[in-house]
Design a protein around this ligand. Sequence first.
Ligand code: TEU
Length: 539
Amino acid sequence: MLDKTKKDWWKSAVFYQVYPKSFQDTDGDGFGDLRGVIGRLDYLEKLGVDGIWLSPVYASPQKDNGYDISDYRGVDPRFGTMEDMEELIARARERGISIIMDLVLNHSSDRHPWFLAAKADRESPCHDYYIWRDGTPDTPPNDMTATFGGPAWTWAPETGQWYFNMFSPWQPDLNWENPALRRELYDMIRFWVDKGVEGFRLDVIDNIGKTPDEKITFNGPHLHEYIRELRREAFREDTLVTVGEAWSADVETAKRYANPDGSELSMIFQFEHTTLDQKSKWEPIPLSLVKLKKCYERWQNGLRGEGWNSLFLNNHDLPRTVSRWGDDGKYRVESAKMLAAMCHGMQGTPYIYQGEELGMTNIRLPIEQYDDLEIKNAYREQLEQGRAEEDILSAIYARGRDNARTPMQWSAAEHAGFSQAEPWLPVNPNYREINAQAALADPGSVFFYYQSLIALRKCYPVFQDGSFTLLEPESEQLFTYTRSAETEELLVVCNFTGESVPYLRPEPFANAELLLSNYEPAAGVLRPYEAQMLYRRKR
Ligand code: TEU
């Protein structure tokens, strides 16, 4: 178990993201719940993770699966009760697993009592908790659009004003310029810290300083002032782990959020590596391995000593990486392991998204079976713009968020052991083959590979500290790099293709120890999606 009284303990930790709606249903409503998470703690302990990032379980109308909160201090009855949450925190802690809650501080639900009061009365003290502009119903303040479709301004006839919504009309943006609002949020965070929550993932934190009149949504003028205040007022303990989601971050701006002086957050989620194989969200293009490697290199070297990154392939907003960069057919197991080795060999804190450790894949559904508001809006808007339906669908198959949100595949039983009832989103039909029960019965499974990766990070300090050097930067087939510390060195070798590729290890690693592999190594060649982790002592 990690010593979590140590500041920076999270640098040697591995986290696991639970998307509770899809994790495990116990009360037979087809919707995952907290008792389901409690019931699967043994599984997570076996995997070896140190913490769970729990996607939102707060009371919510679920327009955006909980990223629209109507009560920040309450548990949504669909997920369970406050007692369930307290029990989860306690039971997890007994196993050395910390609970990291999702914090959606950029916006609330339009059903939050603050917003209801704000919308009903301009004189309400809550009115200024949101962003309002006067006007007339036919002319919004400007032409900004919302992430999930439509304008970023919604008319409220009650007050005769427009309110600002970056994501959807059901998610009005909070006005961080209002000190009383900020105080409410800090007090709410303390409420959860007092319950034993050991950290937070901060949803779209780079948006909280927005100034919509200037059309600035990311990196607003007061952004870092607010984050520093958050740290001082709400994240008081040095041992709390805080990870900020920042789609806008580049290497330079990332350093501010995750500055080692501890004045802001522990680390960030940045997404550059997930944007290289697309012209825009719904226009995928083939991945250039050279570009991907250069991107990782820039981040690994750029943040070294100056910030702390997280490492991830998947989350609830991204398609399954085994389907995206690997091969989810013939070489599913090999490529899932290769991608894991590529990612977990680097410097940063790894996050595993539920089902990734099983090699779960993307899904294709008839359009009416999708649930995600982003998918539904994109489908409608692109049809209106005249894009061919089959092109829209193929973009949704490749990039839609529901790829990641299908129910967790626990067993070959009906509904994949996720629920007794029809799940809220269809189970991937491949659950009979791909499921946790099968993985646990097979020592060669993706699950046990992840278990080894997590254990290795705990055994060898080079995973945490070693400097990164990209080898063969121009190869479109191989991703190879070293991590080097004073006395030890790691070599990670990944074949990103479905072909065998000739390969000779660099000389210093000729007799190195093989820490982990997904094939029995053969001289002079890497088989399809082969990955090796090699280790040597320098002296
Ligand atoms: O995501 C931030 C975000 O910008 C995403 O909407 C992203 O642009 C999109 O998913 C790409 O397809 C966070 C949450 O992770 C997401 O689930 C929420 O929907 C969103 O914020 C709003 O809270």
